[in-house]
Ligand binder design. Structure first.
Ligand code: SF4
Length: 364
């Protein structure tokens, strides 16, 4: 293995840019070499890429652009249509923020994204990483772009063995030292490419890496073990009961969640509040949409969110009548038309479970 040699930040940046000029990935949202991409495309791709992989995002990006080719068209879209098109990308707060951001940029910035990181961070759904990525890629500002991939590369390059998340600020400062003034957008994308295709979590391809002779983690033989991480705490488990209420015409009661909070604005089965203790059915019935003899299906449905897991028992009943659509956010819909609504993954799991365990619950 080569011994590490001191390399100045400027030469590290140049090595990476030279490598990028030969090995850059072709991505649907990337402009041709030397061409500045449209901020709308950069922003859209970066929001989609938060928590989602490149192959998954590619199809969504193409479909969104076909449907809403400009910021103005997206700002003019109905929120429901945007949520529906987002289905499958997860984390629906991102879709709501996307829509709110398009409207705000149109209303307060004349339809043009600001170029400064701080102004970008004031927009809905844009945090430190995304603001830096847009400032660098769309406006060539020397912004330091640090996500999990970049943290890994920098921790290895500089042999930082402080565990994450404590090491976050130090890694950001080390990354900022290398960020060049010129070609900042290409440099940011080069660093993303290096993390995605060479300095991978397992078996980093050091022999193909432009920084191989400068990498302290490699010289010390500890690269693959970096970055270190503090042990994970277990996610807490929460509990609730969802109500499957079928009307005599086969329609099932759905409702819209409040706009704020988890799964905001999405369509769900009526549900008790979620809490730490399990519910018994009699107690849960106080939150049911109608006082009926509710029957619990055998197993709860489990679903994981980022910070907790939820177990939902499904209680089923039939009714002759239901309140009209719109009362209390109620939507009566036959299961064959559920796909017309923006159902989050959790609701789709509950529907599949109800259909599997009680076929009679889903009338065609
Ligand atoms: Fe990552 Fe290896 Fe390159 Fe170091 S030499 S930055 S460990 S790929």
């Amino acid at each position: 293995m080569s011994a590490s040699q001191p390399a100045s930040p400027a030469s590290l940046a140049q090595m990476l840019l030279d490598w990028y000029d030969r090995h850059r990935r072709r991505l649907p949202w990337r402009a041709a070499p030397g061409v500045r991409p449209a901020p709308y495309r950069v922003w859209l791709s970066e929001i989609m890429l938060q928590q989602t992989t490149v192959p998954v995002v590619a199809g969504y990006f193409r479909r969104f652009l076909e449907r809403w080719p400009t910021l103005e068209s997206l700002a003019g879209a109905e929120l429901d249509d945007v949520l529906h098109a987002w289905q499958g990308l997860g984390y629906y707060a991102r879709a709501r923020n996307l829509h709110a951001c398009a409207r705000l940029v149109l209303a307060e910035h004349g339809g043009r994204f600001p170029a400064e990181e701080n102004a970008l961070r004031d927009l809905p759904g844009i945090g430190r990483y995304t603001a830096a990525a847009i400032a660098a890629i769309a406006f060539d500002r020397p912004a330091t772009v640090v996500d999990g991939n970049v943290e890994r590369v920098i921790a290895r390059l500089r042999a930082v063995d402080t565990p994450l998340p404590q090491a976050k600020n130090a890694l950001y400062a080390l990354a900022a030292e290398i960020t060049p003034e010129a070609r900042a957008g290409d440099y940011a994308q080069a660093l993303m490419d290096l993390g995605a295709s060479v300095c991978t979590p397992r078996n980093p391809g050091c022999l193909a890496c432009p920084w191989q002779n400068a990498c302290e983690g490699r010289a010390q033989g500890i690269a693959e073990s970096l970055p270190r991480r503090a042990p994970k705490r277990e996610r807490p488990l929460r509990h609730g009961v969802s109500f499957w209420l079928m009307r005599s015409d086969g329609a099932v009661l759905l409702r819209r969640r409040p706009d704020e909070g988890l799964l905001g604005g999405m369509i769900e089965l009526p549900t008790t509040p979620w809490r730490d203790e399990p519910w018994d059915l009699a107690e849960a019935s106080a939150h049911a949409p109608q006082p009926l003899p509710w029957q619990a299906l055998p197993e709860p449905v489990r679903h994981g969110f980022t910070h907790f897991e939820i177990e939902l028992l499904v209680a089923a009943a039939e009714t002759e009548e239901g309140a009209a659509d719109g009362d209390d956010g109620a939507i009566w819909c036959p299961p064959s038309r559920f796909s017309e609504h923006a159902l989050p993954t959790l609701t789709r799991k509950l529907v599949r479970y109800a259909a599997r365990h009680r076929p009679g619950l889903v009338r065609k």
